[in-house]
Design a protein. Sequence first.
Length: 349
Amino acid sequence: MSRKRVTSFDVARRAGVSRSVVSAVLNNTPGIGVSEETREAVLEAIRELDYHVDAQARSMKTGKSMCLAAYGNLKHPLFLQLLEGMQKSCEARGYQILLCSGSRGGGQDRSKLLTLYHQRRIDGIVTFDDTSYCDTAWAEEVIQAGVPYISVEGFAEYDGVSSIQADYRGSIALALDHLAGGTGSAAAGPSAAVPLYLEMASQASSGNWAERNRREAYAEWCARRSCTPRLLQLEESRPDELEKLLAGHLADGSLSGGLLINWSSSVPDLYRAAWKLRLRIGEDLRVMAADNTIRGHKLLVPALSCVEIPYGRMGAEAVEAVLRQMDGGRDKQPEKIWLQASLHRGESV
C-alpha cells in the first residue's frame, strides 16, 4: 500500500497556520512577518510529517536550480560538522547540496564554483575557509558575478563579503571561567594560580586570526584579574615534548591553576603524557580544551571538559544567509554573523 503524499496543507494544519505562512517559511519570503515561534512550529511540523518540497516542480516554476554548493576539504572533520548543519537547513527549504572538494583556504580551484553558478547548476555558494583566509581577488570575482555567497570562518577582518565567525574571544573566557571554578573570580595578584594556556601550533595555524584572538583573550582575562599570564607554545608535530613540559611545570607549581589547551585534537597526547607521569586527570591535573574539533570529549577517560565551536549551527546559518541574499539581490548588504560557543562539562575539570 503506497504512502499518502504529505502536502503543504498538511503541514499548515499540523502547525496551526495558513499555507501562505508555510510558503513564507520555506521560501524565506520578504515582507511577510513570521515570528520565530511560528517559524519553529512550521519547521517542527515539517520534520514530524517528513514533508519534502517537490524540488523539480519548484525549479520549473522559479527558474532556480534548488541546489547550493558547499566547498571545503572533505577530509576535514570540521567541514563534516558544517555539512550536518547545512543539510538540516537545506532539507527544510527544499534544497540540495552539491559538494565541491578543495583545500580549506585554497583559492586556485574556486573558479569552478562560478562556472557552476553561470551554468545555473547552483543558486549560491558556501565555502569553509581557514580563519586567516582573506582573498580579496576571489571576493571581487564573487561580487562581480552577483552570486549569493558566504564564507564560514574566512574574511574575519574584511567586510566586503558575508561571513560567519565563531566568537573565539568569548570561548576562551568561557573556558577560563569554568577552569577557575565557574565563577570567573580567580584569586587576584601576580602570584595567583591562574590556568596555564598551552597553544599547540602548526605551520598552517601560525599567526592566524583565531589563534591570535584566543591568545589575546587569555591575556585580557588575566589582566582583568591582575594575574600574570602563563602562555606556552608547542609544535603539534612533537607530542613527545608534552611529557617534558608537564614534568617541568609540575615542579614549579604552575599547573595548580589547571591547563587550558587550544585544540582538543592534541588532548589524547596530553592524556598519554600525564599517564606516563602517573598524574590523574581531573585530580592531579585539571584539563580544559578551547575547542572540540574531534568530538571525542566523551570517549576520553576521564571525559574532557571543553568548549564547543558551533560548526553545525554555522552550516545552518550559512544556508539561511545565502537564501536571504537571493531574496535581496545585489542590494543586499554583506552580513557578519557571530556565533557563541557552548560549554561541555566533563570530569577533567
